[in-house]
Design a protein around this ligand. Structure first.
Ligand SMILES: [Zn+2]
Length: 246
């Protein structure tokens, strides 16, 4: 077998031995690729620059039986500024971890790749509030995974609730719930629902425009965190990471 080149983003890694690292790559064409980067943690290692979180590059891979090794990499974008700011780093790490939970080997996923690429790009280089970028990512991520929260219809009785004065949000029910339906949710403001609707209408390259008030940010974030927990389970590592972001 052969060597092959793939464009991919490093979405995770685990260190092993003294200088080696196991990388998780996400390629739009191939989905998830787990591969070894040998000797990449030595200060002078040729693979040092590419074996870092969030790096986007053209990776030269060598596969033998079912093991894949990185031979080399042409780094296209390091998104380095993410690593210099703790809030941006936490948001990017959480997004990458969520992506890792859903990508599969040999499963192309261009839309999810585009979402992650744009999220990392704006976290690195745009004047954004990291938590707002994460909120935008979470909404799009849930939508992509088939867990788009219902925002205009009661998720229990399916009635259009856009003119209702009082509404609740229940992650277990799948979104907004009207007063007449049973639920275990929290009250949700119409402004939050409208903000989420608008975020879902944006293209990926427009997500840098998301700028929420603190009140909206604090209301929406826990709702989306709960929707992710319904999808992945309360004990998932990504939920712990979401909880660490204040
Ligand atoms: Zn209802």
């Amino acid at each position: 077998m052969p060597t092959e080149c793939v464009q991919a983003i490093v979405t995770g890694y685990t260190d092993y031995r003294d200088n080696d690292r196991m990388l998780t790559l996400f390629s739009a064409d191939r989905g998830r690729i787990d591969c070894k980067a040998r000797n990449c943690r030595k200060p002078t290692a040729p693979l040092l620059a590419c074996a870092q979180p969030f790096v986007f590059g053209e990776f030269e891979l060598f596969a033998q039986s079912d093991r894949v090794t990185v031979n080399g990499c042409d780094v296209r974008e390091s998104f380095y500024p993410i690593r210099e700011d703790v809030d941006r780093f936490m948001a990017a790490s959480t997004a990458a971890q969520l992506v890792n939970r859903v990508i599969e080997h040999d499963s192309p996923d261009e839309p999810l790749f585009s979402l992650l690429y744009h999220t990392l790009s704006f976290l690195a280089y745009a004047d954004v509030v990291p938590k707002d970028m994460l909120i935008a990512f979470l909404l799009r991520f849930l939508d992509h995974a088939g867990y788009r929260p219902s925002l205009t219809r009661c998720s229990v009785c399916r009635r259009d609730v856009r003119s209702d004065a009082v509404l609740f949000y229940s992650a277990d029910s799948g979104g907004v719930v009207c007063v007449a339906c049973p639920h275990g949710g929290k009250p949700v403001s119409k402004l939050s629902l409208e903000a989420m609707r608008r975020i879902l209408l944006l293209e990926h390259d427009e997500l840098r425009r998301v700028r929420l008030t603190e009140a909206l940010r604090n209301e929406i974030y826990p709702l989306l965190r709960n929707s992710c927990a319904v999808m992945l389970g309360e004990n998932d590592k990504s939920i712990t990471m979401l909880d660490q972001i204040q």
